[in-house]
Write a protein of this length. Sequence first.
Length: 568
Amino acid sequence: MISLKITEACADNDFVWTLNFQDYLEIHNDGNIDVNLRDFQLTVGKKTVPLPDAAVKAGAYHVLICDGKSIPKLSKSGCAVSILDENGRTMDAVVLPACKNQVWLRESGLGYVPSPGFANDSQGAGAWYESVRDDLIIGEALSANFIAYQGKERGADALEICNAGQEPIRLSDYYLSDDRKELRKFRLPNVTLAPGECRVFLCTDEAADRSHTGFKLSSGGEQVYLTKGTGVTDALNLPPLPLDVSYGRRDGVPGYFAQPTLGGANTSALYGRVADQPVISVPSSGGHTGAFTVAITGEGPLYYTTDGSTPTRESARYTKPITIEDTATLRAVSMPQDAVPSRAATAEYRFDTDQYTLPTVIISLDRDYMTNRSYGLLHNTEDRGLEVPAEVVFLNPDGSLRFSQACGLSIAGQTSRTKENKGWKVSFRNKYGEDMLKDRVFDDLDVDSFDSLVFRLGTTGNPIHDILGTAVGAGEMEDVLYQHYRPVNLFIGRAFYGVYYLREHVNANFIVNHLGGAENQVDMVYCVDETKIGSGDDWLALVNYCQTHDLADQACYDHVAQQINVQS
């Protein structure tokens, strides 16, 4: 029997370097007769072309390069593809979905693991990689690090490079990059890696040096390239990663490591997927006056807690709806044996919000993230880079849910950091979930997208001073740029922290929300010469110009007025 099937496709190839990053289709001869593809045709969208002169044995695979010449290019927005026999009859037809840096497999749909010319399973992916790899490989990557890898810098992304060959390798012949258009971003140091040895590099946006790449990894997914000379020798297609989960290879097979092993052999359990987050039937809410039940649905087994801690396999196993009788933080996790545990689903239930006329904001997190001496916020108040995973829940005064979203929590402010009444900041990033909060948080502000928010009590001295000044300025002066605010009751975990002012965070996102432009065009300088965002070069050049020129001269004044809003 003659049978040809389309089994793999990539319409946005930024990771299969052996095919020169071109789109491709894989055809599998799953019949019991050897064939020659010249006897068949291929239809991509509305174009039909003859297949090339290529013999394909029974059970074998053939890869077609979709270069737009002999074989039409594939559309990243999706397209129909079919194989026709010599009489024009359809032998096989598939509809490829829209994709972005993903590979489509007939058996499982979109994913991140290519295996062109090999079986579409983990063994096939490993066999393909082993057939094309160089001796120096990208072994493992960590793009959402909290405490999984404790390098010189807390929470830094990390990449592992390994010598998988039999001879020593001089690293300075190689480069690392996360941009195919700029493959020489970071030259590896002039050291020799022995067979079987691995070396870890921190991926930060600091200037590159022997241990820092000069670029960060995106927890939302991206590609990493290893280059020698002008050619790519390895590439790793990173999927979106949960917090403290790495992605790498073991014996050529790519997958997720729930227990990262950067710097050592990848011997921990390798998973092919991350479990989907379970669904809690009753969303966060307040104003409850009596007991109610909550159901959890998702791939089992499911585990849950009601004290805000992240569930483990030692937590209560979900078997039937849960009765909620008092204020509780319900968290649930899906933990199938063949997958990395899911992100925790969270729901806050309060029986006391009927006492309040202000909205209630609850920041849910593991108690350890506040009290641990190594990484707890309350024991590391001066660590300005420390941010812990949390969930922020906003309840309206009537107890209804306004928003609930995973975030990172950090201490905000300057002098208040060591005081009891601290400022707090919540940041929305891919490594926690979504990188933006989509909500019109402030009723008097026509903005519905925020990458971070802050909670403040006020400035040093009278707590009302800061907010009073903002209110007076906003009410009396037009076109004044200020942080919008609203008072809320703030809880962190079970503890009531008081009435705080929820405010916009002054950063590049704030500037763009109010003044327009793009975030990469924003420079922000504090106290004359302290650059917070972007570059301070233009500002310092302007300061120097003012110091060295007479601004009573009209031409000099005009030069300054072209670069700064002198009326502000």
